[in-house]
Design a protein around this ligand. Structure first.
Ligand code: ADP
Ligand code: MG
Length: 363
């Protein structure tokens, strides 16, 4: 028996750093994905190879955090988290193939976890609810790999649908599909990969999380979501001005997600674009997670004709997305390339992306 399971990367259209604050986000699944092909055997080790890594990894099915490091920690973490959740895991051999950029902020890590999880679960005949699967994959990343990430990436990979964005409400972890087909309205979603290596991301991420937690504690609530209805004025009693700015990003960003969904409902892509640009400004000024390089890419896209552009992903590098009238795509692509190279940065990689199908068996 051989089981094949594939899981895509994701782009978050809007709603950054809102997931761990019980807020809203709006990702799409990407066409680029990771496929896991698994042949189970009556043995207690899982051997994994990847077309994107030189060495193979051997994982004991009773592995515990700390056993496996490097890229193998992701599949090992999934084995561990599945067993922690009370599910059986078989040994055997697994091969991974991927056309997803690694470390670009498109969540190759979640795609990897979800692909491995789907293949292992399929071989064991498990019918995992997608929310439960997302939590298991997240647990692998948080507690085995040691990266403190939210649930957004896994949900996007597992729930993706063609021409559909996913409005995620992290308060009750509910996923609502929203039609997203800019191409039909004459707009292109352009992905601009800065190819900037992002350093110190984990420390900065943890610092932002801690700021948000302190702000919520100052306000006497468990999560910033609980003061969402009061607006940014509610933040007056946050003691530290930096924490207050971080929290303001979260509250205003949640509002922008809902406004973006409303704009999509009216097929008003110009309005949606403005919200993307406003989101970028909030990440730059209030949350302070952009870089001069990323700002240049986003600003140049808008100056050259995009209706909006923003950094997507955790920050400090990675990708920018721009919503561009399709007949102006060439102009925007040229301008962004020229600006980046002219400023001495690596030449960015630009591609058109769209909302694609989420994870599934043998796709
Ligand atoms: P992102 O999720 O934005 O791509 P991360 O740093 O979260 O960036 O995850 C990247 C890590 O995931 C890589 O360093 C590697 O350990 C692992 N990874 C992703 N894709 C693959 C793959 N196809 N094969 C092996 N490891 C992978
Ligand atoms: Mg990741």
């Amino acid at each position: 028996m051989t089981i094949s399971y594939t899981a895509p990367g994701r782009v978050n259209l809007i709603g950054e750093h809102t997931d761990y604050n019980g807020g809203y986000a709006l990702p799409i699944a990407l066409p680029q994905r990771i496929t896991a092909t698994f042949t189970p055997a009556q043995i207690e080790t899982l051997t994994v190879v990847s077309d994107r890594a030189e060495d193979s990894v051997r994982i004991d099915v009773d592995t515990v955090p700390g056993d496996v490091t490097g890229w193998g920690a992701y599949p090992a973490g999934v084995v561990w988290a599945l067993r922690q959740a009370g599910h059986p895991v078989s040994g055997g051999t697994m091969s991974l193939t991927s056309d997803l950029p690694i470390g670009s902020g498109l969540s190759s890590s979640a795609a990897l976890e979800c692909a491995v999880l789907g293949a292992l679960a399929g071989a064991a005949g498990l019918e995992l609810d997608r929310i439960e699967a997302a939590r298991i994959a997240q647990r692998a990343e948080n507690d085995y790999v040691g990266a403190p990430t939210g649930l957004l990436d896994q949900l996007a990979s597992l729930f993706g649908e063609i021409s559909t964005a996913l409005l995620i409400d992290f308060r009750d972890v509910a996923v609502h599909p929203v039609e997203f087909d800019p191409d039909a309205a004459g707009f292109t979603l352009l992905l601009i990969d800065s190819r900037a290596p992002h350093a110190h991301v984990d420390g900065e991420y943890a610092a932002r999380r801690a700021s948000c937690e302190r702000a919520a504690a100052d306000l006497g609530v468990a999560s910033l979501r609980e003061v969402q209805h009061l607006g940014a004025e509610a933040l007056a009693s946050v003691k530290d001005p930096v924490d207050a700015r971080r929290a303001r990003h979260v509250l205003t960003e949640n509002e922008r997600v809902l406004d973006f969904v409303a704009a999509l409902g009216e097929l008003d892509f110009a309005a949606a674009g403005k919200l993307m640009t406003a989101s970028h400004a909030s990440m730059r000024d209030d949350f302070e997670i952009t870089t001069a390089h990323i700002d240049l890419l986003a600003d140049t896209a808008v100056a050259a004709g995009a209706v909006g552009a923003r950094m997507t992903g955790g920050g400090f590098g990675g990708c920018v997305i721009a919503l561009v009238p399709t007949d102006q795509t060439v102009t925007v692509v040229d301008a962004v390339r020229k600006a980046a190279v002219g400023a001495g940065y690596d030449e960015p990689e630009l591609s058109r992306v769209y909302a694609a199908l989420g994870a599934g068996a043998g796709r």
